[in-house]
Design a binder for this molecule. Structure first.
Ligand SMILES: *Cc1c(COP(=O)(O)O)cnc(C)c1O
Length: 352
């Protein structure tokens, strides 16, 4: 039985084209800026996001960290959503490494409206950590893979800039948003000051993320990347996969979104309730039906059927679609999920 891995789109493996490109990549020492493949990827990423410059980093987390460091001073406050990846899932690096105070926006949709910035502003005073940056996330993972549209993004940026704040976009899955909204990624990044995006999620690369912004910002970020140990040598080996990803793996994300909608229907037929109104991109969040008393038992039953999911949070379970789970496999996943639901549902025996 072949495993169907729906834990995350990070489980995607490099495609045959990527492996070929990696094998024959032209490389050099990137410390001397001698790696032509890294430079080509950086130029391509900058162009796609409509910004002057870009830099390859080792992960989305490193991309966000060096972006924060290059946009703030130690002791600043930064606006983050309480359910954002930067606040929750990056090991507290903003505080531990950046010396930054998180100013927290509490909203299930994350930082998605200008009034959330206005509400966080304070009069200038020696009492307060200066608020210098607002962080947005698109797509927003914990909000169900929700997209932030171009007008919403522009409005947030306008309010931030009018009040002296920069805006960083955690665009780990920015191309999922662009494809779902039918706009170029550059449109979603138009007004933001910096963007980071992942090559290793739906785009399928083995390593890497990109940071994009103005040249002076990238110059500062390059210094911070070196400080946190992210300087690289012949990184063209994996940058070659990045170029293939940007050329061939973006438009196809639409398939992942269609598969997520299909999976959502199947899950509803199996008695799950969707957590969010809509399946916006490649994630399906569901509530485990009450008749399954132990959520852990369902995860075990799924595993026994060869379907992998992450541990639930409470009764909430996430399924993520990606290139290695094509439409036919989604249907097979549906059959296995139905069996797992039966296996995890306790039967009540009549006594007497
Ligand atoms: C995955 C992810 C990151 C971090 O990327 P890594 O490459 O795993 O470090 C940042 N932000 C969001 C929204 C993510 O989903």
């Amino acid at each position: 039985m072949k495993t169907i891995d729906l834990r995350s789109d990070t489980v995607t493996r490099p495609t045959p084209a990527m492996r070929r490109a990696m094998a024959k990549a032209e490389v050099g020492d990137d410390f001397y800026r001698d790696d032509p493949t890294v430079r080509a990827l950086e130029e391509r990423a900058a162009a796609l996001l409509g910004k002057p410059a870009a830099m390859l980093v080792l992960s989305g987390t490193m991309g966000n960290l060096v972006s924060l460091l290059a946009s703030t001073q130690k002791g600043d406050a930064i606006l983050v959503a309480e359910n954002s990846h930067i606040f929750v899932n990056e090991a507290g690096n903003l505080a531990a490494v950046g010396g930054l105070l998180p100013a927290i926006v509490s909203d299930p949709n994350g930082l998605s409206r200008p009034d959330q910035i206005t509400a966080a502003l304070r009069a200038k005073s020696v009492l307060y950590a200066p608020l210098s940056l607002a962080c947005i996330e698109n797509t927003h993972n914990a909000a169900g893979g929700r997209c932030l549209g171009p007008e919403e993004t522009d409005a947030i940026c306008a309010t931030a800039h009018a009040n002296g704040l920069r805006v960083h976009l955690d665009g780990a899955r920015i191309f999922n948003a662009a494809v779902a909204l039918g706009v170029p990624a550059s449109r979603l990044a138009h007004e933001v000051d910096s963007v980071s995006f992942c090559l290793t999620k739906g785009l399928g690369c083995p390593v890497g993320a990109m940071v994009v912004g103005a040249q002076a910002f990238i110059d500062r970020a390059r210094h911070w990347r070196q400080m946190v140990g992210g300087g690289m040598r012949q990184a063209g080996i994996f940058a070659a996969a990045g170029l293939i990803a940007l050329d061939t793996m973006i438009e196809r994300l639409a398939e992942d979104h269609a598969n997520a909608r299909r999976l959502a229907e199947i899950l509803q037929e199996c008695g799950f309730r969707l957590t969010f109104d809509a399946v916006a991109t490649n994630m399906v969040f569901v509530e485990i039906p009450q008749r399954i008393i132990a959520p852990g038992a369902l995860v075990q039953a799924l595993k026994a059927e060869g379907v992998l999911v992450n541990a639930p949070r409470g009764r909430r379970l996430r399924f993520v679609t990606h290139v290695d789970v094509p439409a036919a496999v989604i249907l097979e996943a549906g059959r296995r999920i139905a069996r797992a639901v039966e296996a995890a549902t306790p039967t009540i025996r009549q006594v007497g």
